[in-house]
Design a protein around this ligand. Structure first.
Ligand SMILES: *[C@@H]1O[C@H](CO)[C@@H](O)[C@H](O)[C@H]1NC(C)=O
Ligand SMILES: [Ca+2]
Length: 336
């Protein structure tokens, strides 16, 4: 775990160490960043950022959606980003009147080829090309299974709100009814609603490794959420953030986005190995999703459950016989 103060220290000195010990420099890129007082946003053409749908700017936040039904809004960078390695810090706030699970649907952070297109994926289009990271506040799949009177097997249950990532190549759909489970790269539980303290998401993309960390407990510490190597993302895509409400709602507010350029020293060979790709993809996807099969058990699991059931029955019979033996012996003693 990296404490946040050390990250700030890193930024201040512009030099830090990568996880693997390589030296790394970072620079705040103002043209891809956004913070108070959000000058010029919402005024056409005068900012690097563009608003869409129900999103609006106040002096303290960009509200992607208000706490009302059926709203959707987004904020998109106007400039394609050509950085190879980067770090994005997102300061956000999700809050509303809804109690317990009666809130939704969440927000998404994007690095995609397409921009400014409304749609069903947290207010953005489906079949996107690039990276989507979702803060999903409503468990659609759980409700679907409840309606079908099915249950999760314990290993497949996800606790909501849930943060996850997905890489799309333009032909892959996000499955809203299953909260994106079929295309999930990984994720974690994140209790982010209605908190008094500040909440942050931290996304790092270095040497094709995608890392997501969270600071949501008010402890000024980054908690690991996801770490996936072999994520191939083209350069020249757009950063964006979007949110949607349905029957259930929340305020989805963005307070700041800070993009840092990371300068990584590479050998010639590494440079060649990391050739730029044109279509986003992820290596060894099948290894990342060992639990996509929610129905049924593997044959090994079935074998062991049958074996243990038989052992259990055998044990019960033995215990029963022993007890019966004691009981009848006692009875005989009482008679004589
Ligand atoms: C997109 O990904 C899917 C699933 O991994 C794959 O079947 C398809 O061939 C990919 N399409 C392109 C254009 O790479
Ligand atoms: Ca959902």
């Amino acid at each position: 775990m990296i404490s946040r103060s050390s990250l700030i220290l890193f930024a201040a000195f512009s030099v830090s160490l990568c996880d693997d010990g390589h030296e790394m420099e970072e620079f705040l890129k103002r043209e891809y960043s956004l913070s108070k007082p959000y000058q010029g946003i919402g005024v056409s053409g005068s900012s690097h950022w563009e608003l869409m749908g129900d999103a609006l700017v106040t002096t303290d936040y960009v509200r992607l959606t208000p706490d009302q039904q059926s709203k959707q809004g987004a904020l998109w960078s106007r400039l394609p980003c050509h950085l190879r390695d980067w770090e994005l810090q997102v300061h956000f706030k999700i809050h509303g009147q809804g109690k317990k699970n009666l809130n939704g649907d969440g927000l998404a952070i994007w690095y995609t080829k397409e921009r400014m297109q409304k749609g069903p994926v947290f207010g953005n289009r489906d079949f996107f090309t690039g990276l989507g990271m979702f803060v999903d506040t409503y468990p659609n799949e759980e409700k679907l299974l409840e309606a079908q009177r099915k249950r999760y097997t314990p290993r497949t249950q996800r606790i909501f709100p849930y943060v996850l990532a997905m890489v799309g190549n333009g032909t892959i759909s996000y499955d809203h009814e299953r909260d994106g489970r079929p295309t999930e790269l990984g994720g974690c539980n994140a209790m982010v609603r209605n908190l008094k303290h500040d909440t942050f998401l931290f996304i790092r993309y270095v040497r094709r490794r995608l890392t997501i960390m969270l600071d949501i407990d008010g402890q000024h510490e980054w908690r690991d959420c996801l770490d996936v190597p072999g994520v191939h993302l083209p350069q020249g895509f757009y950063f964006g953030i979007s949110a949607i409400t349905g029957d259930l709602s929340d305020n989805h507010d963005l307070i700041s986005m800070k993009l840092y350029q990371l300068t990584i020293l590479r050998s010639k060979q590494e440079d060649v190995e990391e050739q730029e790709v044109l279509i986003p993809s992820v290596d060894n996807l099948e290894l990342l999703r060992p639990y996509t099969d929610t129905e049924g058990m593997s044959s090994i699991a079935i074998f062991f459950s049958v074996l243990f059931s038989m052992l259990g029955v055998f044990l019960l019979v033995v215990v029963g016989l022993v007890l019966y033996g004691h009981w009848s012996e006692n009875r005989r003693k009482r008679f004589y």
